[in-house]
Design a protein around this ligand. Structure first.
Ligand code: HEM
Length: 429
């Protein structure tokens, strides 16, 4: 097993919680491209910051590395039947039920809806005073993901309110660190989560039952329609509980992530006015989306919302880069460190969309979506949402920073988001 810090596990946990990116950088500077982090209650975590190692992890056979097991932190939210927590055949079957809902074609089909909703959202944002955009971005991406799941006609407003309340828990450590759930400062958050979860489950099951009774509702082609038309390995229709867990998986994976990517994008634009000017010119002149695309690629490089891919649990010994890992080890391809390696990206801490103006990202060293069988199926939708929101915002608004310094990253469940909740000042253009 690669070496790592000798500090007690609690101290290592506190460091990575308090300053995730700086701690990862420091560990690489001390121990190189492969290092082990020990935190209480989980097997040693092996971070792999070398693209060749990361690729080997992504490409490993399904029965050798299990990413499903590595996602157990979110089980209370997504439910035990979630395909995100499954491995091998069960995982692939689960993805196949919803694959069509995530295709590039589906994202194109939703384009007009996404653009219209982004425009309405931006029109409601206050100007000329600091505003924290993260909560608004989460509500925006949640309403979009609910529409793609339930169709345009379903009444999901109350469900959205209940989901956002339920997911307040992801801002606390009780999801990532189960032992904290029953400790006094966090016990209240956990109880509130369980109460909200009951409300969310009841609404989800009611929507599923209503659609089963009237299959033509929803406008057709949405994710719920796909799930109701699918069958399990024995040819039986998917159960209510299974559909509920699949829907909740997509809700969770599909909105906090995109909201966080948008929060980083808006924050970076606030601190880099020359990038804003170039984007605004491109939008005004209507000459394609070359600079916008490069900017989004650079946001996802510089500020990947997943600092590492979902941990892969070793199920059979595997050798990678000269190290042999044994059953039970956890391997984490470290997206952040690969994206911040000066051997791949000169001056990696500089935000510079020009890196991607003349060439598309190289998948060996640009991996905001993870990789292999687990690679994010929602990436087309995410890109469409980010582009629509930035276009709607920059068309009417100038973004200014609300403070002198760019915010650092802080955890929100298993992803990171700007510490200041994307606080900016918006000015009418
Ligand atoms: C900028 C936004 C997003 C980012 C950066 C992102 C990134 C990721 C990453 C890194 C993974 C894990 C891959 C791995 O470990 O190899 C993942 C998984 C996943 N993502 Fe995304 N994602 C985003 C948006 C979305 C959206 C919009 C949806 C759906 C509407 C979505 C649905 C999923 C699902 C269902 C999984 C689990 C896949 C599986 O278990 O096989 N994501 N995403």
């Amino acid at each position: 097993m690669p070496t790592g810090s000798r500090l007690p596990a609690v101290a290592q946990l506190l460091a990575i919680n308090a300053a995730p990116c700086a701690t990862l950088e420091r560990l690489r500077a001390s121990y190189g491209d492969r290092f082990t982090v020990r935190v209480p209650g989980v097997p040693p975590l092996v971070f792999l910051a070398n693209p060749v190692d990361a690729r080997a992890v992504f490409q490993a056979p399904a029965d050798v590395l299990h990413p499903g097991e590595g996602g157990s932190a979110v089980e209370p939210i997504v439910g035990p039947g979630s395909f995100m927590l499954a491995d091998e055949r069960e995982h692939l079957d689960g993805r196949s039920h919803v694959r069509a809902a995530f295709s590039a074609r589906t994202a194109r089909r939703h384009h007009a809806l996404i653009a219209a909703q982004a425009q309405d959202e931006v029109a409601a944002w206050p100007h000329d005073a600091p505003v924290a955009l993260s909560p608004r971005l989460r509500a925006f991406t949640l309403s979009l993901v609910l529409r793609t799941i339930f169709g345009e006609t379903a009444a999901t407003q109350q469900l959205a309110v209940d989901v956002l309340r339920m997911l307040d828990v992801t801002a606390t450590p009780v999801i990532g660190a189960p032992p904290t759930r029953h400790v006094p400062p966090f016990r209240g958050a956990w109880r509130r989560f369980l109460r909200q979860k009951e409300l969310v489950d009841a609404s989800l099951l009611a929507l599923i039952d209503a659609r089963r009774a009237r299959p033509t509702d929803g406008g057709g082609g949405d994710t719920l329609a796909l799930l109701l038309a699918s069958s399990d390995a024995d040819g039986r229709p998917l159960s209510r509980a299974y559909i509920r867990d699949a829907v909740m998986s997509i809700v969770l994976a599909g909105h906090e992530t995109t909201a966080s990517a948008l929060a980083w994008a808006i924050t970076l634009l606030a601190h880099h006015p020359h990038v804003q000017t170039r984007l605004t010119d491109e939008i005004r002149e209507g000459e394609g989306t070359r600079y916008m695309t490069a900017t989004i690629f650079e946001v996802l490089r510089h500020r990947p919302v997943f600092l590492f891919a979902i941990p892969r649990t070793v199920k059979a010994p595997i050798s990678i880069g000269g190290e042999t890992y044994g059953v039970g080890d956890l391997l984490l391809p470290c997206i952040y460190l690969i994206h911040h390696d000066p051997r791949h990206y000169p001056e990696p801490d500089a935000f510079r969309p020009e890196r991607f103006l003349d060439s598309r990202p190289d998948p060996a060293i640009w991996m905001p979506w993870g990789g292999g069988r687990k690679r994010c199926p929602g990436r087309h939708l995410a890109l469409a949402e980010i582009q629509a929101m930035l276009t709607a915002l920059l068309r009417t608004t100038r973004i200014e920073p609300a403070g002198d310094r760019e915010p650092t990253a802080r955890w929100r469940s298993v992803i990171v988001t700007p510490r200041n909740d994307a606080r900016v000042v918006l000015r009418q253009r």
